[in-house]
Design a protein around this ligand. Structure first.
Ligand code: IPM
Ligand code: SF4
Length: 469
């Protein structure tokens, strides 16, 4: 009998299924476990209390990212809670024999940038981390998702996870992106289309010409925000670009082993006729530079558009949500997006803190100056990204324009370290969440691509990068 056609997700799932109960609860094997300081202290403490070890230290990699200041690292961390969390990860990693990149290590950075850089992230593998943006690693064709702290403990102890299988969703982005549109605009448009609950219970596979055309960095940007669309994970089938990115990375297979791995990875494609529970298609050519106006990642609009007004929708609940978002964002509704003035710019995060993002931002600002009303900063996603950018002279371009050039970490993506917005400040941010208070109490976040953020820093307000000179 011919085998049932399977999706990429089905294949990775089947390869890792250890046991399935009658009620559908499954035990799956976890190939890679990334650990950061926020969601691991209680998990390690749990092991300590029950006298357990980390089952597979060689499959576990720890890095500090959320709480580290992005200024001078030779100074002690001032905030006592942050300091304690950072110190505890160092203690736990040493005690349990887990490899750890501390804040002085050149390889340190946001965990979802570090994994791929080290070749720890590999196609066809299962990857977890106590962090919702673990979906980023799906860009390599890995089944990667966030887990809670009790699951972190479970994976540390057993290298397995209890899961129910998700449904399959295909998001196909056909055609080619127009000039000025980027991976960030693709994913913002997708979330605008499906909503923040649109992917609930599904693993999204991204396909189509526009996805294939993206660099690995761009695919990471798309997969990163899968969770903002409610999906459990995002996936892109691996291809030659994936292999080229991974070849020679320290933790990837080397030499003949790599070639053998590539032959296996070539099988990681959805079969012709495989079943998807839901299919969404978008036309890349029609996607403009896009940004958020409200307090949810689904509150998107094209840069040529205007902020919506509550009376533009009939549904009373939606109307109230728009009114509340506008109030928080300090907007009346109806403003042209290009008329919105900003106070801060943040270029960084696991969404857009990679070398390609910094190149795209630098290309917008060479020879120009940051607006007097704006404080702008660039936070490379990792020490390796920072070193690469400096080798290319990007730091000089940013500094000459008046941007701050910082040390790697999560920084102003979320207010867990000294980088944060003051109440009422409005920020063009390349990160992934614009929730109330996300970048600081009463801070106002607009999510954009690196090019859009850089251009806004110069202009002092949002601009359409397609007409930017
Ligand atoms: C702190 C951490 C648990 C959190 C997450 O799960 O994503 C953070 O990284 C975020 O982006 O909100
Ligand atoms: S950069 Fe932002 S989204 Fe990414 S892990 Fe850090 S806090 Fe979470």
């Amino acid at each position: 009998m011919a085998e049932r056609p399977r999706t990429l997700y089905d294949k990775i799932w089947d390869d890792h299924l250890v046991h399935e109960q009658e009620d559908g609860a499954c035990l799956i094997y976890i190939d890679r476990h990334l650990v950061h300081e926020v969601t691991s202290p209680q998990a390690f403490e749990g092991l300590r209390v029950s006298g357990r070890k980390v089952r597979s230290p060689e499959r576990t990699l720890a890095v500090v990212d959320h709480n580290v200041p992005t200024t001078d690292r030779s100074k002690p961390i001032e905030d006592p809670e942050s300091k304690a969390q950072v110190e505890q990860l160092a203690i736990n990693a040493a005690e349990f024999g887990v490899e750890y990149y501390n804040e002085h290590d050149a390889r340190q950075g946001v965990v979802h940038i570090v994994g791929p850089e080290q070749g720890f992230t590999l196609p066809g593998s299962t990857i977890v981390c106590g962090d919702s943006h673990t979906s980023t690693h799906g860009a390599f064709g890995a089944l990667a998702h966030g887990i809670g702290t009790s699951e972190v403990e479970h994976v540390l102890a057993t290298q397995t996870l209890i899961q129910k299988k998700a449904a399959n969703m295909l998001v196909r982005v056909d055609g080619r992106l127009a000039e000025g549109a980027t991976a960030k605009d693709i994913i913002l448009a997708i979330i605008g289309e499906i909503g923040t609950a649109g992917g609930t219970g599904h693993v999204i596979e991204y396909a189509g010409e526009a996805i294939r055309d993206l660099s690995i960095e761009g695919r990471m940007t798309v997969c990163n925000m899968s969770i903002e669309g409610g999906a459990r994970a995002g996936l892109v089938a691996p291809d030659e670009k994936t292999y080229a990115y991974l070849r020679g990375r320290p933790k990837a297979p080397q030499g003949e082993m790599f070639d053998a791995a590539c032959r296996y990875w070539d099988s990681l494609r959805s079969d012709e006729g495989a079943h998807y529970d839901r299919i969404i298609t978008l036309d890349a050519a029609s996607l403009p530079p896009t940004l958020t106006w409200g307090t949810s990642p689904e509150d998107v609009a094209p840069i040529t558009g205007a902020v919506p007004t509550p009376d533009s929708v009939a549904n009373p609940a939606k109307r109230a949500a728009i009114a509340r978002a506008l109030d928080y964002m300090g907007l009346k509704g109806g403003e042209k997006l290009t008329d919105i003035a900003i106070d801060r710019v943040f270029i960084g995060s696991c969404t857009n803190g990679r070398i390609e993002d910094l190149r795209a931002a630098a290309a917008m600002i060479a020879g120009k100056k940051v607006s007097e009303r704006v404080n702008a900063m660039v936070v490379p996603g990792s020490g390796l990204v920072k070193a690469q950018a400096e080798a290319e002279g990007l730091d000089k371009i940013f500094l000459a324009a008046g941007f701050e050039w910082r040390e790697p970490g999560c920084s102003m993506c979320l207010a867990m370290n000294p980088d944060r917005l003051a109440p009422g400040e409005r920020c063009a941010s390349t990160s992934n969440r614009n929730f109330e208070g996300r970048q600081g109490y009463k801070g106002r976040t607009h999510l954009v691509s690196p090019a859009m953020a850089a251009a806004a820093a110069i202009a002092g307000h949002f601009v359409d990068v397609r007409s930017w000179r």
